[in-house]
Design a protein. Structure first.
Length: 754
């Protein structure tokens, strides 16, 4: 009877209301799942990042000025927006949109936090209060969040983790609002575009050519000692398999290079992977929980990876060989980010753009493909796609967290839906619900739900209500999943009076003989040793002997040390087994001691801001100084300057190219056997005080990438040498002089043709 009623309701629901769903053709998704468009143009254009509010509305950052043509014209125009998409009639389609912020230049990330909106518009990171869906007071969080330039190589993400910190990709900083003050703190430099976390709090990211990278351990643990240079545990490639299985021969930037495409012109390995997301919802089958989905926009597909966890490492494998979770024949399908939704489903941010590569990186090959396929005409589009499980007749309901009372909000920490848990934790802290302390402490000790325990512990921490007693009990009674968080949080309570209880706890935990627990004890011992050497140094010796040669254990322990490394080294040399080995704690500790003596810091502590990449800088210099004669596309201008596209001067010797840029070149000049500039000359920049050696290197990096098939670089030292290598005439070089200096077997077939 129940099935009949459900079927009847389903029929009534689908027949009495006209469907507004957009048909998708040429898309293939894994069996058992449904893909639907829930928002599209004209309601949004070129979306790159989204977040959900408690009502299920979608906030979207649009980068609609990005790459409207191969020259990147208008890229810096203030046309970017942040929109609010809403489904007003509950049909599952976001049929209305309203502008929240306009006049932005390349906004690339956003997060609904602390009752407002945190968003990135380089070079700034802003926080703006929300008042009735309108922007209120605005605060500059960081004026050096990112330099201007290529969005592919600047910070993005703004992902709130379980530890109450907001993390970014392509960045070495994390942020949080604490007692009304924005804090900015160093963290490990991670990834390129997109960042995610799992239920434990570990971070996942990637770069163009590596589809999944991650941390074996929780954030910031391996960088606490500024003299330690970690060699393991962060920025780990989780799967060496970068293979992709596209449905068609999509256009990719380096498709002319042997091995990039197979015999059927299909992409072999990822070249522009981005936007990873760990599925943490409750609507997919159980074996999908904590799978990592990765965007591959250049091949119009999304990959699925399955994670496995060991005590001291994480690994991943592709779910299938020969197929993908989602793939499309539509070359406009450009997934760039994926989000978990409040309803437990996955949401795909489809930029739906013809050109997704930055102009500083476009190869001549791809430019020709773009022209041939007219991909540059695809500029005013954009979609949000929803992936759901076919087993659900209706969209799953979810509570409006803003409408819940305090107890109901705490209950959401037990939800099987990670989005609801994360947002409930954040709201409890933001609303300062200290009256919920007893309920949170009870949940923190509920060993039947380890995931909820972790959320409860970090909620208590965010409310400044965490106690050593609760942490000791949670560590002692819970699974290792919770124990390791508890031992780390206990570091906030290092004091003489707590030493006996913590020493007893650590000894008890070591008797479990659990690798994961031992690893996080290694992280914790250094701080406690400062309070009591006699209680904790024997435990450290025991662990270092037990895990002799295990690098992550050794670096975990050293990361927690402060100023007692030298004294500890002497003691360990006497008491560590195999102390004379070339591996183990002794050589690593010795290196840290020497680094401390010579003040050799971890490079993380030396950086201040991510520099702009060389090719983007080179493009700007080229645009301002070279394009007027050689053209923005390097095609040359008749009677003024020869083409650079496919020129031997670009594709061959970088030293010869450097001499031309520095000292100039006078005609006659031959390019591909054709005579150019018979009477003209190009002046050099050798005497231009504003054109530095770095500028010359950046120009070469750009033009070899944009106008030849082989991107190359030249060292600053070589440019300094070339500055001194002046032509005999004292003016510009001639082609003959350059040939005598840099004769190339391939060159003399085309150059100097008489």
């Amino acid at each position: 009877m129940r099935i009949i009623i459900l079927l009847f309701l389903f029929i009534v629901f689908t027949t009495c209301k006209p469907s507004k769903k957009e048909e998708l053709h040429g898309y293939s998704i894994e069996e058992g799942f449904e893909l639907e468009v829930i928002a599209s143009e004209p309601h949004l254009i070129a979306p790159v990042a989204i977040d959900f509010d408690t009502k299920g509305r979608i906030w979207v950052a649009e980068m609609n000025s990005y790459m409207k043509n191969t020259q990147g014209s208008g890229m810096e125009d203030p046309t970017g927006r942040i929109l609010i998409l809403e489904d007003e009639d509950d049909d599952g389609i976001m049929e209305t949109s309203k502008e929240f912020l306009t006049g932005l230049v390349l906004p690339r990330a956003l997060a609904l936090v602390y009752g407002g909106l945190l968003y990135a518009e380089p070079p700034n990171l802003w926080f703006v209060e929300i008042e009735n869906d309108q922007p209120g007071k605005r605060v500059l969080v960081d004026s050096l969040y990112a330099t201007s330039g290529n969005p592919e190589h600047q910070p993005n993400g703004l992902m709130l983790n379980i530890d109450n910190w907001i993390y970014n990709a392509k960045s070495q900083y994390r942020y949080r609002l604490n007692n009304g003050v924005w804090e900015k703190e160093l963290t490990t430099f991670r990834g390129q575009w997109g960042i995610a976390h799992d239920n434990f709090g570990r971070l996942y990211y990637n770069n163009n050519y590596t589809q999944l990278i991650g941390d074996y351990v929780l954030p910031n643990l391996l960088i606490r000692n500024q003299y330690l240079k970690p060699t393991i545990g962060v920025n780990e490639i989780l799967t060496t398999n970068q293979r992709v299985y596209p449905l068609h021969a999509a256009s990719v930037n380096r498709g002319y290079i042997q091995g990039v495409l197979d015999d059927d012109s299909l992409l072999v390995n990822v070249t522009a992977s981005c936007g990873p997301q760990v599925y943490r919802g409750d609507q997919f089958p159980d074996d999908y929980l904590q799978n990592v989905f990765v965007c591959v926009p250049e091949a119009n597909l999304i990959k699925r990876n399955i994670l496995t966890f060991e005590g001291d490492k994480t690994e991943a494998r592709q779910a299938w060989d020969g197929k993908e979770f989602l793939a499309s024949l539509d070359e406009g399908f450009r997934p760039v980010n994926i989000s978990n939704g409040p309803d437990g489903n996955l949401y795909i941010v489809d930029m739906h753009r013809g050109i997704i590569g930055h102009y500083a990186y476009l190869s001549p090959y791809l430019k020709e493909q773009i022209k041939l396929k007219k991909l540059d005409s695809m500029i005013n589009m954009g979609r949000i796609l929803k992936v759901s499980n076919d087993d659900n007749f209706f969209d799953p309901d979810f509570p409006d967290l803003d409408e819940l009372d305090d107890d109901e909000l705490v209950e959401q920490l037990e939800s099987p839906n990670g989005w609801l848990r994360d947002r409930a934790q954040h709201l409890i802290i933001y609303k300062n619900l200290t009256s919920s302390q007893s309920e949170l402490e009870e949940l923190a000790l509920d060993t039947d739900n380890p995931v909820a325990q972790i959320h409860a512990l970090y909620t208590l921490e965010g409310l400044d209500l965490l106690s050593a007693e609760i942490l000791v009990e949670a560590a002692r009674e819970s699974s290792s999943f919770v124990t390791v968080h508890s031992t780390l949080l206990l570091s906030q309570f290092i004091s003489t009076e707590n030493v006996p209880a913590i020493a007893a706890l650590f000894k008890e935990l070591m008797n479990r003989n659990d690798k994961e627990t031992d690893l996080y004890l290694s992280f914790s011992l250094g701080g406690w040793m400062e309070e009591s050497e006699s209680d904790f140094r024997p435990l450290a010796l025991e662990l270092m002997n037990k895990y002799h040669g295990n690098t992550i254990f050794e670096e975990a322990f050293i990361s927690g040390l402060r100023d007692n490394s030298n004294e500890l080294l002497t003691d360990f040399q006497k008491n560590i087994k195999n102390a004379n080995d070339t591996v183990g704690i002794i050589p690593k500790l010795s290196e840290v001691v020497e680094n401390q003596k010579s003040n050799q810091l971890n490079s993380l502590y030396l950086k201040t801001i991510l520099p702009e990449d060389d090719r983007t800088k080179g493009w700007k210099i080229y645009r301002n100084n070279c394009a007027a004669c050689h053209g923005p596309e390097g095609l040359g201008i008749e009677g003024l300057a020869p083409p650079l596209m496919n020129s031997e001067y670009i594709s061959q010797s970088t030293e010869r190219l450097g001499l031309i840029i520095l000292h100039g070149l006078k005609g006659p000049v031959y390019v591909q056997g054709k005579l150019y500039d018979q009477f003209h000359s190009m002046p050099g920049y050798v005497n231009n005080e504003f054109m530095t050696d770095e500028n010359i290197a950046d120009i070469i990096a750009y033009v070899t990438s944009a106008f030849s098939g082989t991107p190359r670089n030249i060292s600053i030292e070589k440019i300094k040498e070339l500055r001194k290598l002046k032509p005999e005439s004292g003016s510009e070089y001639t082609e003959k002089e350059l040939m005598e200096l840099y004769l190339d077997k391939e060159t003399d077939e085309n150059l100097m043709v008489k």
